[in-house]
Design a protein around this ligand. Structure first.
Ligand SMILES: [Zn+2]
Ligand SMILES: [Zn+2]
Length: 958
């Protein structure tokens, strides 16, 4: 028979013995692209109910890393899953490209050191052009990664935060928030980066623990001389010498107890509970009072180079609830560079002197220190005060300080005349809308999310930068504002055509003030890019301006709030939070229904992944080596999918190949081998009554049911583990105990395995899309597993449960029997006469007669025994005990020897390269005579002859 005619006989494509998964995945990828399978899967569900998804856009800077792959994987799993379940699941990629990261890249390209160089040396127009060019250039690299992890997503129509349409929707969002009274302009203190010269949101810093730096610096107790009292001082504690220059008030807690103590010739005021700071110094309490009694006492300023604004107070003690006696002296210095400070100054009408410029440099009018960087001035200021005897004591102090998430410059709090979202006003609404959100894992709902929401300050949304959506406010000198909600509205008011909302063009647009008729310019700031990320639900669809919305085809409730979003824990304070703020302020609605929060993948040393530390394997190399399914199985099966952090492990990644993919592959290969050998074809037939066939089908049902329940709950680790268990059951029990049936071409066994592999492909398709596609296409001839429906399972009936229970017991007896054999050092080929199973529960009484016989048969074959004795124990606690009869009679010995000889002969045949059906002559030193005919039959030996050693010979055909 020629090779070609042999192939023609085969039903299925032969399967590689040693598969290389990345190559198989490449073939599948090419097929998907050529066949447009993804597009077809969407088309198929075009008219179906929607399952809406919102993609959190990655920043365009940099290459994809494990973090970006990690968040892409569940987005793909649930996209495929809900599509197979019959929903239309739109999947649009997005790009986040405004803001500091891009500006920093361009600044670096231009070798700019300071923000002012952008305007003075480059010009805003050119700078913005370079930003545009930068964001439009990057992104190509992502497609390779996204393809190779098997993610189906629409790249071609990706939304970009810097597109005109997107920006118009952001303008609309701002307008809505402003009109509803949730945006205000005001002087507030917020974190400030003196390098980027812009305020920074507290959550931008809090997103990543690496944004905090541990430092040690001076902690000083200053002496502020009480006015009109000789040798009497207020002792106040501070770690910021640079703002002692402008300390215009001291604060005490009105409720705390303070004392005036005499030490040598001097008197000091401090909180009573802080007396320990005087250490062993001899002191005498002269007077005791409450904090409120100190209020309005005056002191002499440490520096007096500035004049006090008319009508303002200065150099006076005030009361503040925020003052504690936990650290220092229970008395603190007040300057406009702190949140509590500023609030107190505004409340008490205290003069605020701003002596540091926007780059963190002391202004020129400051004597001695003008021109110095604020941190450089610290030591010199303390020296000066020391010389003047105004320092009580100086220590060092270690604490964590926030740094800029972009340039890692240390941040400080500075007053900003900026635009804020009134988060305080929104909080009650936000708490309420959080109630209906399904958080996975659920502890974030009332844990980290609620806690950080409760603690959130008002959100500073304006940035004194260039590359971003404009703050859409035109403000007249008279105070009147124009806040357009669309480009059309702006065009009508300005009389100009608007084609770009970016700086500097947008700054050329002015409007006429409705109140006084003057020309009103736009305010100079751009929006925090988080406003854009938080507007994604609307802006990615150009809502409410797109034609579908206007024609009434697309309504808000068709896509908002989205059914599903997913990102990592860092976004709890960031993206999830800003979406939530905007959802609550615009529609009094939650911003999403289900949110899956993944954890963080750390380097193999437990630190953040870092190129310099080389503490992680290159993701591209890994994908090329082990493939995308293995990465998916690794991550989807790990606690990182339940908000936990994991250390990257190449070993665990690799193990997915060995422990899961190869095992499944071998079962598939096994099926194809025998199906082809016996020319088996899928035909409809009555379900097999064989116990093992019935069992594996029930296990398949059970797995399908459980995986569905877990995926419905967005729980991938349990879904993966269910699939894993079934793959193991197929290989290590079902096939293992059905070998003889497969080897003889048993139709029931082949049909059952075919059915199991087909359904398993569909169940596991969202999790391991490549491997399941490969198997499904070959064994069914179908177009794609991803175009099929997800199997639906009903609840298990009692008979099924009984059978599952029975098989569990069989396997328990088997493994216990095998352990006993090992203990007695008895080869599995040595038959034994009987074994005794003792248990409290009589077995196997719950099964029918024929079932019970098959049940026994499985154990007998697995343990190679002739007979099973069932014994009932009186001991309730005894589950199962297994005893082997290890007496080997001469007859059993012969049978065992014969089986071992057969195995050796088969081994030799293989070694000599003989075909399985080739007749041979066997030479052997000895063999059990009573088994001679069986040996000959099993090994296809024509003759069994005496020889010095065991050997096999071909029969030469004449
Ligand atoms: Zn910075
Ligand atoms: Zn006006």
């Amino acid at each position: 028979m020629s090779y070609n005619s042999l192939m023609a006989q085969q039903t299925f494509q032969p399967v590689d013995s040693i598969p290389y998964f990345p190559d198989i995945e490449k073939r599948v990828l090419d097929y998907w692209k050529k066949n447009k399978t993804f597009e077809k899967s969407l088309k198929l569900r075009e008219k179906s109910p929607r399952w809406t998804f919102l993609d959190g856009p990655p920043f365009v800077t940099g290459l994809p890393h494990y973090g970006s792959l990690l968040s892409s994987i569940p987005k793909d799993v649930f996209g495929r899953y809900w599509t197979m379940k019959g929903y239309y699941f739109r999947r649009l990629w997005g790009w986040d490209g405004h803001g500091l990261p891009i500006e920093n890249k361009v600044e670096n390209e231009l070798h700019l050191k300071r923000k002012r160089d952008i305007e003075e040396k480059v010009g805003v127009k050119k700078f913005i052009e370079l930003c545009k060019k930068y964001v439009n250039d990057v992104s190509g690299d992502w497609e390779w990664y996204v393809d190779h992890i098997g993610r189906w997503v629409d790249f071609k129509n990706a939304y970009k935060t810097w597109d005109l349409n997107y920006m118009e929707s952001v303008m609309w969002v701002f307008h809505e928030m402003y009109t509803k009274g949730f945006v205000y302009k005001g002087m507030r203190v917020s974190l400030f980066c003196p390098h980027c010269v812009t305020p920074i949101s507290n959550f931008e810093v809090a997103m990543d623990a690496d944004n905090y730096r541990e430092i040690t610096e001076a902690s000083t107790i200053y002496k502020f001389k009480a006015a009109g009292e000789d040798n009497t001082y207020f002792l106040a504690w501070s770690t910021t010498p640079w703002n002692k220059l402008v300390t215009t008030a001291l604060a005490v807690n009105p409720k705390l107890t303070y004392v005036k103590v005499k030490v040598n010739n001097e008197n000091f005021f401090l909180a009573k509970s802080t007396l320990a700071i005087l250490k062993s110094t001899d002191y005498k309490i002269v007077e005791t009072m409450k904090g409120k009694d100190l209020i309005d006492k005056k002191y002499e300023p440490l520096f007096d180079f500035f004049t006090i604004d008319e009508g303002k107070e200065a150099f006076v003690v005030k009361g503040g609830d925020f003052v504690t006696a936990d650290e220092g002296t229970g008395m603190v210095t007040i300057a406009p560079y702190g949140e509590d400070d500023m609030k107190l100054m505004q409340k008490e009408n205290i003069h605020a002197e701003l002596h540091v410029d926007e780059e963190g440099v002391m202004k020129e009018y400051v004597p001695k220190f003008g021109g110095m960087h604020y941190l450089d001035a610290n030591e010199k200021i303390d020296e000066d005060l020391q010389k003047r005897g105004l320092i009580f004591r100086s220590d060092t102090y270690s604490h964590k300080v926030p740094t800029c998430w972009r340039c890692h410059t240390r941040l400080y709090y500075a007053p900003q005349d900026a635009w804020y979202v009134d988060v305080q006003k929104l909080k009650p609404r936000m708490k309420e809308t959080n109630e209906s959100v399904n958080w996975v894992p659920d502890h974030f709902k009332y844990g980290r999310f609620l806690k950080s929401m409760e603690a959130a300050p008002d959100w500073c949304i304006s940035r004194s930068r260039y590359w971003g959506s404009p703050v859409p406010v035109w403000e007249c000198e008279c105070g009147e504002r124009f806040v357009p909600g669309s480009i059309k509205e702006l065009e009508e008011r300005s009389g100009k055509k608007i084609t770009d909302l970016h700086k500097p063009e947008i700054d050329d647009i002015t409007v006429t003030c409705k109140k006084c008729g003057r020309n009103a310019p736009r305010v100079p700031e751009v929006l925090d890019s988080w406003i854009e990320a938080g507007s994604a639900s609307f802006a990615e669809r150009h809502f409410p301006f797109n034609p579908s919305t206007n024609s009434g085809k697309e309504k808000l409730e068709d896509f908002f709030p989205p059914d599903f979003i997913s990102e990592y824990t860092g976004q709890i304070r960031a993206w999830f939070y800003v979406l939530h703020v905007i959802g609550a302020s615009l529609f009094d609605s939650p911003a999403f229904k289900n949110v899956l929060v993944s954890g963080v993948i750390l380097g193999d040393d437990g630190r953040k992944m870092s190129k310099n530390l080389k503490n992680y394997p290159d993701p591209k190399l890994m994908l090329e080596k082990y493939g995308g399914d293995a990465l998916r199985l690794y991550l989807l099966g790990s606690p990182v999918m339940m908000g936990g952090d994991i250390l990257i492990s190449e070993e665990e990644y690799r193990n997915q190949v060995k422990d899961m993919l190869l095992i499944l592959w071998n079962s598939y290969k096994y099926f194809v081998l025998y199906a082809n050998q016996f020319n088996w074809k899928p035909i409809k037939s009555n379900p097999s009554q064989h116990l093992l066939d019935r069992w594996i089908l029930i296990r398949l049902d059970e797995t399908g049911r459980n995986v569905t329940a877990f995926l419905d709950a967005y729980d991938t680790p349990h879904a993966v583990s269910e699939i894993h268990l079934l793959v193991d059951d197929i290989s290590t029990w079902y096939i293992r105990r059905s070998r003889d049936r497969f080897a003889s071409g048993d139709t029931n066994a082949l049909s059952t395995l075919h059915f199991v592999l087909t359904l398993l492909s569909r169940i596991a398709a969202p999790i391991a899309p490549f491997m399941t596609e490969e198997i499904y296409q070959n064994i069914t001839g179908g177009e794609s597993v991803h175009l099929t429906d997800y199997p639906i399972y009903e609840t298990a009936d009692d008979a099924d449960k009984k059978l599952l229970g029975a098989m569990r017991t069989i396997r328990e007896i088997s493994s216990s029997g095998n352990a006993k054999r090992k203990e007695a050092q008895l080869s599995i080929r040595q038959p034994l006469s009987d074994l005794t199973v003792t248990s409290f529960w009589p077995m196997p009484t719950e099964l029918s007669q024929s079932e019970a016989e098959q049940y026994e048969q499985i154990i007998k074959e697995e343990l190679n025994v002739k007979k099973i004795n069932w014994k009932k124990s009186k001991d309730e606690k005894l589950p199962i005990s297994v005893e082997l009869n290890t007496t080997i009679t001469a007859e059993l010995k012969d049978e065992g020897d014969a089986r071992m000889l057969i195995r050796k002969i088969q081994g030799l045949r293989k070694k000599e390269g003989m075909k399985l059906d080739e007749p041979i002559v066997v030479y052997a030193p000895a063999w059990p005579a009573s088994f001679e005919s069986q040996i000959k039959k099993k090994t296809l030996a024509r003759e069994l002859k005496k020889g010095i050693e065991l050997s096999v010979k071909r029969i030469e055909t004449p």
